[in-house]
Design a binder for this molecule. Structure first.
Ligand SMILES: Nc1ncnc2c1ncn2[C@@H]1O[C@H](COP(=O)(O)OP(=O)(O)OP(=O)(O)O)[C@@H](O)[C@H]1O
Length: 262
């Protein structure tokens, strides 16, 4: 794993009216890692992700993604960077009037408008299979799929353009524990196979233990700590201790065979 950050955030501030969300937030995401982002509800995890992908204009700060400055880019420049990442939004954000295959084809058509259906279908079929969906999922509409299958369809679309970077917003939310564990496994295996860097917002302690290389903690308007779970546990911050060392945190540690302090 290289030390060169694939996402570099410095001095990021975001506010809505009087409500300060981020102030002076710094964060590096290293190439090839799965970085988990955690924090209490409303601490601004989604706003952080939206800032990085250019959907939220920060009030101050610098954001570099894949070596490119993300602030004040022209639409053409932004489009060129966007094709290098994939995003799985919390609810899957699939177009309900398109089939799964058509959903996967949306970004491909945007960048390669001249590709003909046989090739488009072939690429979509490949991404659908890669996401662990059966081949017969392609012609189905999102409403015909289970929640877990919809997530996989969203993932297939996120992978459509062979991204280097994947943004996942609470990918296991709403899945049963077995479905969530299977989805974790899928993310880990895809990350290895495709050499992806993953920015992953989650509340799921099992996901953090199972697949995250490092975890960034949002509190007090910034990233207060980033490291492995063992490194975070060594810190004396009340939220971190409560989160990882509370009853659920301890159960997750035990389930993953880690030593639980005191
Ligand atoms: N477009 C917006 N306009 C005004 N306020 C917003 C906007 N987007 C987010 N907020 C506010 O910013 C705060 C942070 O929101 P965000 O969704 O990033 O939190 P979060 O950490 O992802 O929370 P959760 O864990 O509950 O999903 C919230 O108080 C939210 O209401």
């Amino acid at each position: 794993m290289s030390e060169q950050p694939i996402i570099k955030i410095r001095g990021l501030s975001n506010s809505f009216g009087d409500q300060v969300i981020h102030q002076g937030l710094d964060l590096d995401v290293r190439r090839g890692e799965i970085l988990g982002v955690v924090g209490g509800s409303g601490t601004g995890k989604s706003v952080l992700m939206r800032s990085v992908i250019g959907l939220q204009r920060p009030t101050a700060g610098e954001i570099e993604v894949l070596g490119e400055n993300m602030i004040d880019r022209s639409e053409d420049e932004a489009k060129n960077i966007r094709r290098r990442w994939g995003i799985l939004f919390q609810n899957g954000a699939l177009f309900s009037t398109l089939t799964v295959a058509e959903n996967v084809e949306v970004p491909i058509r945007e960048y390669f408008p001249h590709l003909k259906p046989p090739l488009l279908d072939e690429i979509a079929g490949y991404k659908i299979a890669m996401s662990g969906l059966p081949a017969d999922a392609g012609p189905k509409y999102p409403s015909e799929l289970s929640g877990g299958m919809r997530k996989r369809a969203g993932l297939a679309r996120a992978l459509a353009m062979d991204p280097e970077l994947l943004f996942l917003d609470e990918p296991t939310a709403g899945l049963d524990p077995i479905g969530a564990a299977a989805f974790d496994e899928l993310i880990r295996s895809l990350q290895k196979r495709l050499d992806l860097t993953v920015f992953l917002i989650t509340h799921d302690l099992d996901t953090l233990h199972e697949i995250c290389d490092r975890v960034a903690v949002l509190a007090d308007h910034k990233v207060i700590a980033v490291g492995t779970i063992a490194e975070l546990l060594a810190l004396d911050h009340p939220w971190i201790q409560e989160y990882f060392n509370g009853p659920r945190g301890r159960a997750a540690s035990v389930n993953h065979g880690e030593a639980v302090p005191g």
